[in-house]
Design a protein around this ligand. Sequence first.
Ligand code: SF4
Length: 431
Amino acid sequence: MSAKPVTEAVKELSMLKQKTMIAGNYELLATARESGRKVVSTFVPGNLNELIMCFDMANNLPEINAIQSGMRKKSGGYIMEAEKRGHSEDVCTYVKTDIGMIAKGNLGPDGRALPDPDLLLLSYTGCFTFMKWFELLRQHYKCETAMLHVPYEGDGHASKNMRDYVVKQIKEEVIPKLERVSGVKFDIDRLRQYLAESAKAEQNFVWVLESAKHKPSPIDAYFGGVYYIGPMFTSFRGTADATEYYRLLRQEIEQRIADRLGPVTPDGEMHEERYRLVVEGPPNWTSFRDFWKMFYDEGAVVVASTYTKVGGIYDLGFRHDPDHPLETLAEYCLGCYTNRNLPARVDLIEKYVNEYEADGLLINSIKSCNSFSAGQLLVLREIERRTGKPAAFIETDLVDPRYFSPANVKNRLESYLQMIEQKRHGAATAA
Ligand code: SF4
């Protein structure tokens, strides 16, 4: 494989397109008050972006703001600020970053203040923290709130009753509030158009994720994957921009497959794929590049990850369906990763290890995210038992720089890769 310099790598059209889209959304938020546009805050898993767009509202996602702060090395200060105000060390660090950020003027990544929300829209999908987080924001902003209660898939699937229950709430609770706050009347045909646009983008998005089945994989489905999920899981699903982004991305990856190239990393193209891993759990954001480098320096590529399913699982077949607009929104909320029970998550990971021909499973256990971390030891043992492939644990945090210990992480990763080598050697000797 030939090496390309970083400067060339970062010029990929899809990347530039995404940058422009993100800047555009922050512009929309920063100017919302002048333009008279109403603002809704909502969470990533199970978000109702297509519905929100029907009301011409700007979409502000507190988790994304926390990630942006983490990547810009600002979250540490915000977390300390929140802790000074009484939030314990164990609280999810996205929440503390948001609280600290508000206390410090709520500046977005472009340095301009984010507007106060006019509505807090909670699609409650499995993580109890979502509810407590919005309770805090409600106390602070004293604005309208809409709660969409999404029943947990405790039995591993969604029943018709569960779907009807969510649809009823969308009709009777969510839409009336969005109409009242925005002053815009709901138009179901407008929703259908956005959903049709979502389905087009989702088709290419799944193709991109599944391209990692190739050898070598043309993408890194965790570190690269966090960029690929951006438009799909945030304020762009349902827009023509998102459709165009995934079309461009697919085109670029098709070319990479044709050229037999590995993933693009911050240091240019990866040269040799030595290990294929499945990763469970969100990444660390404060040392994101150092973390990624530990992998590509060793030739380790992540071919599938659960984190890229956090805003919706599409590779099991779900697509937004414009012919059943409210039902499809309900199904989307019900099926997202945080709303699935442990056995369903284990099945998914097992499928990834097998279908992507991975060497094993690596779990990044996040100190402050109970939603992902609970039960991970069980996941590890069960995957080892079912697949016969080695699994391992590393521990970091989302956006708290105090919980990223580079020496420890590197050490554990290297030991794990050695374990894979030993297994391979053992298998070769046995054969
Ligand atoms: S899923 Fe994890 S990171 Fe997200 S709000 Fe819940 S605890 Fe925090």
